[in-house]
Design a protein around this ligand. Structure first.
Ligand code: SAH
Ligand code: DHB
Ligand code: MG
Length: 224
């Protein structure tokens, strides 16, 4: 949970580079009232926008909508004809997100699919290729979502995974309290796969929660 006040350096970055408009502020306030402050930070939202522009992204899949905070950052980074499909299993979160998308000036770019991500992805299989996937839902699903991404994201497309530190557990020999062994095994495997230079040009950004960023290598990039 992101309850601690931001550090001085983070506040400085946020004020300079990632100011939030009224809608994003409203979403933060709503998440505070329901004690679910697990959205990305504004600087991460801005970073996702930058990635979208750098890679010429037009079609995005997001796994894990919550109240739509990261979705709106990404939708705003898209070109006019860009689209984002966001997947959410929890009806209460989906309902909140829908309200926020209705209030968003680029809401027409966003489609919310309610239901378990694995089911939605099965339906979406073959509807790509997509340019980007942002994985930010149940941690035990991460390798499954990566399997889907490998099939459905174009060469040179972006794969981004949030929480790749797994709340401080990923780089420990065993999961810390509150993290299951299965989640630990899955996230370790996810990170090892993303770090495989024969498949990806990739790195992990040391955000508070860790963010894995990869582009699917084309054959020409495999020597990098
Ligand atoms: N990306 C959001 C935060 C997502 S939090 C942001 O940064 O603003 C993770 C969300 O994933 C929660 O809303 C949770 O309900 C949802 N979730 C968990 N397991 C899921 C699953 N199997 N399928 C779809 N959504 C899931
Ligand atoms: C949790 C989930 C997230 O995606 C996140 O960024 C932070 C916390 C959680 O489940 O606690
Ligand atoms: Mg997250």
């Amino acid at each position: 949970m992101r309850e601690d006040p931001p550090s001085k350096v983070l506040s400085y970055i946020r004020e300079l580079y990632a100011p939030e408009d009224a809608l994003l502020q409203r979403i933060n306030a709503v998440l505070k009232t329901i004690n679910m402050q697990i959205q990305v930070g504004p600087e991460e939202g801005r970073f996702l926008q930058l990635l979208i522009r750098m890679a010429g992204v037009k079609k995005i899949i997001e796994i894990g909508t919550l109240a739509g905070y990261s979705t709106i950052w990404m939708a705003r980074g898209l070109p006019e004809d860009g689209t984002i499909i966001t997947l959410e299993a929890e009806p209460k979160h989906a309902a909140l997100a829908r309200e926020h998308f209705a209030a968003c000036e680029v809401g027409e770019r966003i489609t919310l699919k309610e239901g378990k991500a694995a089911d939605s992805l099965r339906e979406l299989d073959g509807t790509g290729p997509y340019d980007m996937i942002f994985i930010d839902a149940d941690k035990i699903g991460y390798t499954h979502y990566l399997d889907w991404a490998e099939k459905n994201i174009r060469k040179g497309g972006l794969i981004v995974g949030d929480n790749t530190f797994l709340f401080g557990s990923a780089y420990e020999d065993a999961p810390l309290d509150g993290v299951s062994l299965e989640a630990w095994q899955v996230m370790r495997r996810f990170n090892e796969r993303l770090a495989d230079r024969s498949n990806y040009l990739s790195v992990m950004i040391p955000t508070k929660e860790g963010m894995g960023v990869a582009i699917r290598a084309s054959d020409a990039q495999k020597t990098l």
